[in-house]
Design a protein. Structure first.
Lengths: 202, 713
């Protein structure tokens, strides 16, 4: 009787520890995420931990300020631009940011948190087609890269190249997720139908 | 008994006459070189059915020929033009030939300047000629390469939107590209068309005219006319095959079959070209991988000496691919179809001819959706239909007249650019043109012509021209003035496009035609093995259609069109050719071009002020086999990029930049080996010999090519 009880306790303990491992393995599974970022003027704010779009905001000072005060999002996407909850994109000292790997590193290669510097958001200026200058708080990471010549001019019609693998830090500064963007246009050619793979790194 | 003798005699007489009718004869003779008087071996002398090759002493002998009309023709390398002697064979005959090697090709026939055939040396309109033999000796594998070798100042960048061609700052909208005198529909932006649709192997010669030619050819002939003349089937049976391999895994393969049976002639050729492109990785020059497929079918029937009818069909497909790691989901596929039907009637006296033709050129543009099983989408179409009736008259020995009526229709269907849900638009024009050529005292040649056009959009246009040629001893002076026009195309008139809410483009139905005024003067001097021509031109284009930007009330960017600018082009062209020691041919061309946008004072985009082409060909022999070794190149002064920008707040800024000077050279070795009716030709080429690089030059550096061509004629 005692032996049976002992064996059963060990079995229960074993099963418990196994289930703990399972929980950990759940976090390390790669998830595919779809984001509709087709609008030219809308930022889609996403949370890595909750794995969902927590809301959208227009490209203007008012909405930017409202979102800068929140910590429930880690990065946002508008077409091919990315904004992380860090640097000039946050007013409450959120600790987001992105690390960019070399283009030779694949998604599977990344298993540990990178040791290099995490880039935070800055005010980036660009020239619109009308010639006026527009500034946005955003990251230097992009969903895709454009093929350019030596002078920096884009080849037309645009050739979209795969962006390198990124590691995003969550707004609370605690977790790191590796992210690989796998789609910018859907099968019908609609631009901004984004897909990416994400996975937590320990 | 008497009856028996009579019968036998009759029988003998009949038998003798039959034998006489089936008696066989021999034609023999000697072939010598006209200049050196030395015998030429390996020349194939043929009656069409029978033939023989000359031996090392230049002697030939064709036996077993029946009595009758004979056309005896020499067949040798292309630099020795054929000689045909006609006679009636009734006994053993000796026929001798004197073959003359022709490098300057001044007796070649050209047609573009007058729509009637003229010898190059006698044409009143200065024409530059590129022959099939030159194209082969230059190892040209594309039309663009051929033009760059021969016309100085060409700037081009190949991309999947067609060849972006500019000559003297003028883009393809101001150049008229013709195949056998018929237009090709413009495909992309700025009148671009993909010149790879023209199979160079099927081209007999390229005729290039500088300047206005609207009187004969209508719209777009403002900066020049480039006419590709197709080869005709000459032999009873001809078979050809060609394969070529060049850098960047470029393959060109071609098969050809032709037959000329006096009354009925036919020709079929197909080609398959592909290349891996270059520069997929990194930021350097990039050219996409592509696959091309094309074909040409020609059928002609000669009812009698007066009347003939011919039909020509062309097909071309061009598919370009994205780099292997790209995130694009579609790639472009374009197709071209062309059908040409011509009927020609020449009067018995040969004084008058009538030509009725129909030409239909169709362009289709698709997107291949890679994630939907390569489904074809978009399906934009552009059509050009041309119906023409031309009458040529030889009024007197020194007076020729050409006139005709022409109807043209261009149509476009666009899924996005002519309206949101797909829309088609078309433009018609009706024309009457006349040109007369009068020769005075054997020295003066006056060409006067005009075209009246009625266009469904901009209504009337009248374009006259006048040219004079004065010949004295070895000199020819040519001068001319002409008016030209460019009608606004369907896009400029009817554009209605929203680019994903980022900008809009609107056409303008009130646009007028652009007007060109052209004047030129040239001097040509020919003496024995030397030829030089110097010509100066002035081309002023008014009412030039330009795009301008406005910011609309919702802060959006809109592009509109108006007839606003004018450009003045001035320049000098010098062309010379010289033959040394009977074996070395030197050709050089120089162009000075000043192309100014009159509203800004800046040079037209991508103009090149000084440009040259140079080639030196050694036509030698190794073990009695001829070969050609060519060293050629082109040089430009910097390509100019000058732009004036007006900001939203009205400040004007001038942006001037330029490429570095260009110097691109190549060397080509071609060796044909002829054995009776079989010809095998080996070509070796090294392109961009000195590895010239520049950010404006889309080229993978030094390139190599090996080609093998077989033909049976």
């Amino acid at each position: 009787m005692k032996k049976l009880f002992l064996i059963m306790s060990i079995a229960v303990l074993a099963m418990t520890s196994c289930s703990n491992d399972d929980d950990e393995n759940q976090d390390l599974i790669t998830t595919e995420v779809s984001v509709d970022a087709t609008s030219q003027t809308t930022w889609n704010y996403y949370s890595l931990g909750q794995n969902k779009i927590v809301g959208t905001g227009e490209k203007n000072a008012t909405d930017d300020a409202l979102w800068a005060a929140r910590t429930d999002w880690d990065f946002a996407i508008c077409r091919y631009s990315i904004r992380t909850n860090s640097g000039t994109s946050t007013s409450v000292n959120a600790q987001g940011g992105v690390y960019t790997f070399d283009s030779s590193i694949s998604f599977e290669d990344v298993v540990t948190i990178p040791s290099g510097d995490i880039s935070v958001d800055e005010l980036i200026s660009s020239e619109t087609m009308t010639g006026s200058v527009v500034s946005n708080n955003q990251s230097n990471a992009q969903v895709i890269e454009f093929k350019k010549d030596e002078d920096g001019n884009m080849y037309m019609p645009p050739v979209y190249l795969k962006a390198p693998v990124y590691v995003f830090r969550t707004a609370d500064g605690n977790d790191y997720y590796k992210v690989e963007f796998t789609q910018y246009k859907d099968e019908d050619g609609v631009t901004g139908k984004i897909k990416f793979n994400k996975s937590l790194i320990k | 008994m008497k009856l028996k003798i009579l019968l036998v005699t009759i029988f003998i007489i009949v038998a003798c006459s039959i034998k006489a009718q089936t008696r066989k004869y021999t034609i023999s003779g000697k072939v010598i070189n006209f200049v050196t008087n030395k015998p030429i071996s390996g020349v194939y002398i043929t009656t069409g059915k029978f033939g023989s090759q000359t031996d090392k002493n230049g002697f030939f002998s064709i036996k077993g020929l029946s009595s009758g009309n004979i056309n005896l023709t020499t067949m040798y390398y292309s630099s020795f033009p054929k000689i045909t002697k006609q006679f009636f064979l009734s006994s053993d005959t000796i026929v001798n030939f004197q073959l003359k090697e022709e490098f300057l090709k001044l007796d070649e026939v050209v047609i573009t300047g007058t729509r009637t055939e003229r010898r190059l040396s006698l044409t009143p309109i200065l024409t530059k000629l590129i022959t099939a033999s030159e194209i082969r000796k230059s190892g040209n594998i594309s039309v663009l390469e051929c033009l760059k070798d021969n016309i100085p100042g060409i700037v081009s960048s190949q991309n999947s939107m067609g060849n972006n061609l500019r000559i003297r700052g003028l883009n393809s909208k101001y150049l008229l590209f013709l195949v056998d005198g018929e237009r090709m529909v413009s495909e992309g932006v700025d009148g671009n068309l993909n010149l790879d649709q023209i199979d160079l192997n099927n081209i007999e010669r390229v005729e290039v005219l500088n300047g206005a030619a609207s009187a004969l050819y209508g719209s777009n002939a403002v900066g020049g006319v480039i006419n590709f003349i197709s080869k005709e089937t000459e032999h009873k049976l001809q078979i050809g095959a060609k394969t070529l391999f060049a850098s960047n895994k470029t393959w060109n393969n071609r098969l050809e079959f032709g037959s000329n049976l006096t009354k009925f002639s036919s020709k079929l050729s197909i080609f398959k070209n592909s290349s891996d492109g270059f520069g997929e990785n990194g930021d350097g020059p990039y050219a996409a991988r592509y696959k091309d497929l094309g074909g040409n079918l020609n059928l002609a029937y000669k009812f009698n000496k007066q009347f003939s009818i011919s039909m020509n069909g062309r097909f071309y497909s061009h598919e370009t691919f994205n780099p292997s790691e790209s995130m694009n989901v579609s790639h472009p596929l374009s197709k071209k179809y062309n059908l040409n039907i011509i009927s020609l009637y020449t009067s018995k006296s040969k004084q008058s001819s009538y030509r009725l033709s129909m030409s239909l050129d169709k362009y289709k543009d698709y997107d291949i959706m890679e994630k939907k099983n390569d489904a074809k989408e978009k399906d934009d179409t552009a059509d050009y239909l041309s119906l023409r009736f031309v009458n040529s008259l030889k009024i007197q020995d020194n007076w020729e007249l050409v006139h005709g009526v022409e109807y043209n229709r261009q149509a476009r269907y666009a899924s996005e650019t002519l309206g949101e849900d797909g829309n088609s638009k078309d433009i018609d024009d009706y024309n009457y043109f006349i040109q007369t050529d009068y020769e005075l005292f054997n020295k003066f040649n006056i060409v006067a012509g005009a075209r009246y056009t009625y266009n469904s959009e901009f209504k009337s246009a009248f374009n006259p021209k006048l040219s004079l040629m004065y010949s004295i001893s070895d000199f020819k002076f040519r001068g001319g003035i002409a008016r030209s026009y460019r009608s606004p195309d369907i896009k400029e008139l009817y554009y209605n496009y929203n680019h994903q809410g980022m900008f809009w483009v609107y056409g303008n139905t009130n646009l007028k035609a652009e007007q060109g005024q052209y004047a030129s003067f040239s001097v040509e001097y020919t003496h024995r093995y030397f030829n030089i021509s110097v010509s100066a031109y002035y081309n002023n284009i008014d009412d030039k259609i330009s795009q301008y930007q406005i910011i609309n009330t919702s802060e959006g960017l809109e592009y509109h069109y108006k007839n606003v600018s004018s450009a003045t082009l001035k320049g000098i062209d010098i062309d010379l050719s010289h033959i040394f020691f009977n074996q070395l041919v030197l050709k050089a061309s120089y162009s000075y071009s000043d192309a100014k946008d009159n509203s800004t004072g800046l040079q037209l985009s991508e103009n090149v002020k000084n440009s040259e082409t140079l080639s030196l060909t050694w036509n030698g022999k190794v073990l009695k086999n001829p070969f050609s070794l060519k060293f050629s190149g082109y040089m430009n002064s910097p390509i100019l990029f000058e732009e004036m920008n007006v900001d939203s707040d009205g400040t004007i800024s001038v942006d001037k930049s330029k490429s570095s000077s260009y110097s691109v050279w190549k060397t080509v070795f071609v060796m044909p080996i002829r054995l009776q009716k079989h010809n095998v030709e080996l070509s070796l080429k090294c392109n961009n010999l000195f590895n010239f690089k520049d950010t404006s030059f889309i080229n993978s550096g030094r390139e190599y090519m090996v080609g093998l061509r077989y033909s049976f004629k």
